[in-house]
Design a protein around this ligand. Structure first.
Ligand code: GLC
Length: 425
């Protein structure tokens, strides 16, 4: 099934208000031997050993489970497409899987993920996890996924070239240009400009930095002066040479590699890039600082709230359910959050690990990002987000590459998104 057919199927399922049944009547008995639980996740980068150890701890504690991990590609949209196709087709060859913060409402609405409210009551989720992560997990007062780690957009800079962070967009562009002109780097400021989900995150951050809002009532706001300001600024970064033309084909990893190789002075990325840039052998090790994104006024900007949750395939066999829920509890525990922060530079989705001395000492940059995470803002929260995003990706990409003016791109995006959501001004 191609993406458009999958979206259509989703729409049909959501309109009828019911997804595929959990297939209770056709449940086979539990096979003999170890219970095999399949966990699908994206790579965490870094040394795989600590993550394997985390899973092995669970296998030891449970005594009768084998956790099989199946890695997914790194790009969030590619993974989304995979799940859409697999879940719509009724796949039950995987049990626990990662869901980007922007998919949970859609997957829940389609009936493709299990309601976890009795194992993870919404009140407990709200109490123990950061508000953005809890908001992504709970849809219509039910828990549909358990937060795993959170992300937010941050600004990276080379401290040997820029002792203090640029605070305004003008300062950012000037610092990038002067670093290029001075010959220290050949790419000034790198970010994610490829036509994909990451671009939407980058544009929202700039739109918020220009003082824009995401939604008003139920309507996604796009055709606004702030959004026009944001897209014009991003276009200017490319046109002026403050950002290299290659930004329009960069996703997270391409930007990180440019920055880590020493070619760029500044980068927008998620927190994971810090641990990578500081690794032994990294050409920029010891010369990297992380700060809040800039804004038009110089006040600390708002990063996009990202990150992943753990969801349970609604078609996963009933005899696996108890152990699958225990695995989700294990992977999202405070201790697991700490281990992910220390070994993979992932920001805990829980509140408590930020106070944990192991994180404060062993991952001080991650611990120090708490105020930045608390300022992070979500992309439009609606079950139709993935469809909206597809429209935004095309229009934002056309505007930053100069194919359409920001005015034209935003007025087209507004009309299309209003049509999809049935909202009117
Ligand atoms: C990161 C974020 C995720 C976002 C994606 C976009 O993986 O955690 O929320 O959708 O980047 O590329």
């Amino acid at each position: 099934m191609n993406r458009r057919d999958a979206l259509r199927a989703l729409f049909a399922a959501s309109l009828s208000g019911c997804g595929r049944s959990s297939g209770k009547g056709d449940e086979p008995p539990r096979p003999a031997g170890k219970l095999r639980i399949v966990f699908k996740h994206q790579p965490l980068w870094g040394d795989p050993a600590p993550f394997r150890e985390l899973l092995a701890d669970f296998e030891r504690q449970s005594g009768d489970v084998e956790v099989v991990t199946e890695p997914l590609p790194n790009a969030s949209d590619v993974v989304h497409q995979f799940f859409l196709t697999a879940l719509e087709g009724g796949a039950r060859d995987f049990d626990v899987f990662i869901a980007d913060v922007v998919w949970v409402a859609e997957l829940a609405r389609a009936g493709w993920i299990a309601d976890l409210s009795s194992a993870f009551p919404p009140d407990a989720i709200r109490k123990e996890f950061l508000p953005g992560a809890a908001q992504a997990a709970i849809v219509d007062q039910k828990t549909w996924a358990v937060p795993w780690y959170v992300d937010t957009g941050v600004l990276y800079r080379r401290t040997d070239l820029l002792p203090s962070p640029p605070l305004t967009y003008d300062e950012l562009a000037e610092s990038a240009l002067s670093a290029v002109r001075g010959g220290a780097v050949d790419q000034g400021y790198v970010w994610q400009g490829r036509q994909y989900e990451g671009l939407v995150c980058n544009v929202y951050e700039t739109l918020w930095g220009f003082g824009g809002e995401t939604m008003r009532g139920g309507r996604v706001l796009l055709d606004t002066p702030e959004a026009r300001g944001a897209l014009s600024y991003m276009r200017r970064l490319l046109a002026s040479g403050a950002s290299p033309a290659s930004v329009t084909s960069q996703a997270e990893e391409e930007s990180r590699r440019s920055f880590q190789s020493g070619r760029a002075a500044l980068m927008r990325n998620w927190p994971y890039a810090y641990a990578e840039a500081q690794k032994e052998g990294s050409p920029v090790r010891g010369k990297v600082a992380v700060s809040a994104l800039p804004s038009v006024s110089g006040a600390a900007g708002h990063g996009t709230l990202g990150g992943y949750l753990l969801a349970l395939n609604a078609r996963s066999h009933a005899y696996k359910r108890e152990r699958a829920l225990q695995l989700m509890a294990h992977l999202s525990s405070a201790d697991a959050n700490v281990r992910l922060a220390l070994n993979y530079g992932r920001n805990p989705a829980r509140r408590a690990p930020y106070e944990d001395p192991r994180v404060q000492q062993g991952a001080s940059v991650i611990a120090g990002l708490l105020p930045v995470i608390e300022r992070a803002r979500p992309r439009p929260v609606t079950p139709y987000y993935p469809m909206i995003s597809e429209v935004l990706q095309g229009e934002f990409s056309a505007a930053i590459s100069g194919i359409r003016s920001p005015e034209e791109a935003l007025s087209r995006a507004q009309a299309l998104v209003d049509h999809l959501t049935g909202e009117r001004p």
